[in-house]
Design a protein around this ligand. Structure first.
Ligand code: SF4
Ligand code: FES
Length: 240
């Protein structure tokens, strides 16, 4: 893209010019330009889901999800404002109490996008009353453990298994507050599915639901992904 093209194809994000290519969303263009917009259910390799609302921004003064709004020339986008960050913190607190997210005892600690985003947004406590759900853990598979108590329903594992692995191991069931992740096998157990440790779905979960067995502490706490750089620094450094 030339300088002239760039001037013709850019929007402002918190006062900074962000160039974009045709078809890109605000979040795609911002991430490519190393600008952090908080997000949970979006992953650069998959089509946006638009469900977590962490990426909610203001576009020309109106609310919109940065992962689904198409970039357009001259848009004025606000993201890093006190009002939006307060809303994000509230959403995170609701997610934390809806599941069982006990970071000190979770082997995903330091590699977890939910935890890293909560740190980024300055969340210091759950604020709301905990639900303490009691969802069974599926340890049936020889190589993979499923702890459904931490699922944030981002559906990335559903897409990865269906679209990349060609297996459709996971699905979403139920409605409203009873919406939940399920395993698509005759018994409902992971051991009866075709899933293997090499599947894309085995490494896509942003939180601590889909866990490879016997590897939980191979990298010590304190030396993990978000122990080294915050989630914003990671995007700003260009590794997402
Ligand atoms: Fe998302 Fe993980 Fe739940 Fe799958 S198991 S929906 S990847 S949080
Ligand atoms: Fe946009 Fe979840 S990242 S709604």
């Amino acid at each position: 893209m030339t300088d002239t093209d760039q001037a013709l194809h850019s929007f402002t994000l918190d006062g900074k010019q962000v160039p974009f290519s045709a078809g890109e969303t605000l979040l795609q263009a911002a991430t490519r330009a190393h600008h952090y917009i908080p997000h949970l259910c979006w992953h650069p390799d998959f089509q946006a889901q638009g469900s977590c609302r962490l990426c909610q921004v203001k576009v020309n003064g109106h609310p919109g999800a940065a992962c689904t709004v198409q970039a357009a020339n001259g848009l004025v986008v606000e993201s890093n404002t006190d009002e939006l960050n307060r809303q994000r913190k509230t959403l995170l607190q609701m997610l934390f109490v809806e599941g069982n997210h006990f970071c000190p005892s979770c082997e995903k600690s330091g590699n977890c996008l939910l935890q890293a985003t909560a740190y980024q947004m300055g969340m210091e406590g759950p604020h709301f009353e905990e639900f303490y759900p009691d969802r069974p853990v599926d340890a049936s598979h020889p190589d993979i453990l499923l702890d459904f108590n931490r699922c944030i329903l981002c559906e990335l594992c559903v897409k990865a298994s269906r679209d990349v692995d060609g297996k459709a191991v996971f699905a979403i069931g139920g409605h409203g507050i009873a919406t939940h992740l399920l395993v698509n096998s005759e018994s409902g157990q992971l051991a009866d599915s075709a899933m293997t440790l090499h599947d894309r779905a085995a490494s896509i979960c942003p939180v601590g639901v889909i866990l490879p067995k016997r590897r939980g502490f191979s990298v010590p706490i304190g030396q993990r992904r978000f122990d080294m750089r915050s989630v914003a620094q990671e995007v700003q450094g260009g590794t997402e």
